[in-house]
Design a protein around this ligand. Structure first.
Ligand SMILES: Cc1cc2nc3c(=O)[nH]c(=O)nc-3n(C[C@H](O)[C@H](O)[C@H](O)COP(=O)(O)OP(=O)(O)OC[C@H]3O[C@@H](n4cnc5c(N)ncnc54)[C@H](O)[C@@H]3O)c2cc1C
Length: 477
């Protein structure tokens, strides 16, 4: 390909959406992806390979705010984290586009109506479906609601094809696994595969972007990217879509290397306002064996916890439970627990703090995630209250609840770090997706989200990516 019109860095929800939209509009796109393609041989459905050996997961340690090592749950492969997600694809509510200062929640630069057509479109592209609850789950939901009607269950919108019900191995392993047959919609199967054969699209894998190139004596005028293998590529437009843990580090390194830091309007906000939800897994232990297969078909809202939801998790068994327990726990114990457990995922929106941030370690240093729940006390307090209330509800329905907070390594829902807004004093990216103070540089991933909302983020990231693609496909002035 001759020089592309646009370079997109990263092929997850955001990057794939931008690339898809631009290629369909006839633009030449070069998509650079740090990882490779996942195998479609079934190994991505294997509990031991995925959870115990961690073959497909990031192994690079980061530092937390106290300089202690941890390994974030990131995935570097074509399709990004969408290959591994649970495909719960929900829209943010209209009020979640507004600021809520008492909850430390920032405003979007536009309202829900602006994203609505892109939500419609991406729901079609991803075949979003709702499934009936299986019998045991329905009985449990009925009991929870009978004791306390403030728990309001709704069907969970899922990016799953109905055919998955005919393939028990896929149906039991979609939440946290990568589909080998395309039953689960993701950024690769549903967006990249649709443009792969197009002559205006090039995907280069194993390409880690480590820097931005710029015009002579004009570091704010971006001309392309540099990769870890020494290669470099130029284009009139560069879109960062490496995810909320990586995109801000590429920009930070550029500001530092070029001395732009001093004059850049939102330098101190690059990496700031990082969020990733407060997420806690809750196991409901029943005296009886559980037989439902799909399980992840419902979500609870509750007016007493307006920034939170409780979502059902997918299939559970001894192998899956055993993968989370210390190796010394005998197999018959994990089997006994796994066959009687029902999984839930308690999610609370995290408010914003500029101190909760991603910090690049530079070329040789380790990256840092400095994030402290005490900086967002209203979110912390709602999450604790939510878990206690739901475990009480489970107990009344005959299940003993045990919980585990995801902690810093649970970066599945990482967003923020390059937030969009109307004011360069409080945001990094304008409403169109362009980085304030830079020419030719845009952000297409979850980094831009000013609010996390009470539901999973990827449908909104896909929608943002399509909207940015639309913007870039129009002739620029
Ligand atoms: C186990 C799990 C379950 C989840 N479940 C759900 C769910 O049910 N519903 C939901 O909405 N969300 C879910 N999520 C979250 C969802 O997957 C993410 O919100 C979404 O993928 C983020 O999109 P993104 O484009 O911002 O980043 P990513 O999808 O992370 O994409 C970033 C891409 O950039 C690449 N990259 C990184 N650095 C570089 C670099 N330097 N150079 C080039 N490329 C680079 C990465 O390899 C990756 O492909 C889940 C995530 C996980 C891990």
């Amino acid at each position: 390909m001759s020089e592309p019109d646009v370079i997109v860095v990263g092929s997850g929800a955001g990057g794939a959406s931008v690339a898809h939209r631009l290629v369909k509009a006839g633009r030449r796109v070069l998509l650079l992806e740090k990882g490779g393609e996942l195998p479609r041989d079934g190994s991505t459905l294997d509990v031991k390979t995925v959870f115990q050996s961690g073959r497909f997961k990031n192994q690079e340690p980061w530092l937390d705010g106290a300089k202690k090592e941890f390994v974030p749950g990131e995935f570097y492969n074509v399709g990004g984290k969408t290959k591994w997600y649970g495909a719960a694809l929900l829209r943010f509510a209209p009020h979640e586009f507004e600021a809520e200062p008492t909850y430390q929640a920032l405003a979007w630069p536009f309202g829900h109506d602006e994203l609505a057509p892109y939500y419609d479109e991406v729901e079609d592209l991803l075949h979003v479906n709702r499934f009936e609850n299986e019998p045991e789950l329905q009985t449990l939901i009925d009991k929870v609601v009978a004791h306390d009607a403030s728990w309001r269950p709704e069907p969970l919108p899922l990016g799953l094809k109905r055919e998955i019900l005919n393939d028990p191995n896929e149906a039991k392993h979609f939440d946290g696994f990568a589909s080998a047959c395309g039953y689960k919609s993701d950024a690769e199967w549903n967006l990249i595969d649709l443009i792969r054969g197009d002559s205006s699209f090039t995907l280069l894998m194993e390409k880690t972007v480590v820097g931005l190139t710029h015009a002579l004596d004009a570091p704010a005028q971006i001309t392309g990217v540099r990769c870890a293998d020494g290669s470099s590529y130029t284009a009139p437009v560069v879109v960062l879509a490496a995810g909320a843990m990586s995109s801000p580090r590429i920009l930070q390194d550029h500001l530092q290397a070029t001395g732009l830091e001093a004059s850049f309007p939102s330098a101190s906000l690059v990496g700031a306002n990082f969020r990733f939800h407060l997420n806690t897994a809750i196991l409901g232990l029943s005296p009886f064996h559980r037989h439902d297969v799909l399980r992840k078909t419902a979500i609870f809202f509750n007016e007493h916890f307006p920034h939170s939801t409780i979502q059902c998790l997918g299939w559970m068994d001894g192998d899956l439970v055993g993968a989370q327990l210390p190796a010394a726990v005998p197999k018959f114990v994990s089997n006994a627990i796994g066959s009687r457990a029902v999984g839930f995922f308690a999610t609370t929106e995290d408010g914003s703090s500029v101190a909760n941030r991603i910090v690049s370690g530079g070329v040789d240093g380790r990256p840092m995630l400095d994030y402290d729940l005490d900086r967002i006390a209203p979110s912390r307090d709602e999450h604790h209250a939510l878990i206690h209330a739901f475990e009480r509800a489970l107990l009344r329905a005959g299940l003993l609840g045990v919980d585990r907070y995801a902690g810093l390594a649970g970066t599945a829902h990482a967003v923020g770090s390059l937030v969009t807004g109307n004011d360069p004093q409080s945001s990094v990216v304008d409403a169109s997706g362009k980085v304030y103070g830079m020419t030719n540089l845009y952000v297409g991933d979850g980094s831009v989200l000013p609010r996390t909302s009470r539901v999973n983020p990827s449908l909104t990231i896909y929608a943002w990516g399509l909207r940015l693609g639309d913007h870039l496909a129009r002739p620029q002035q």
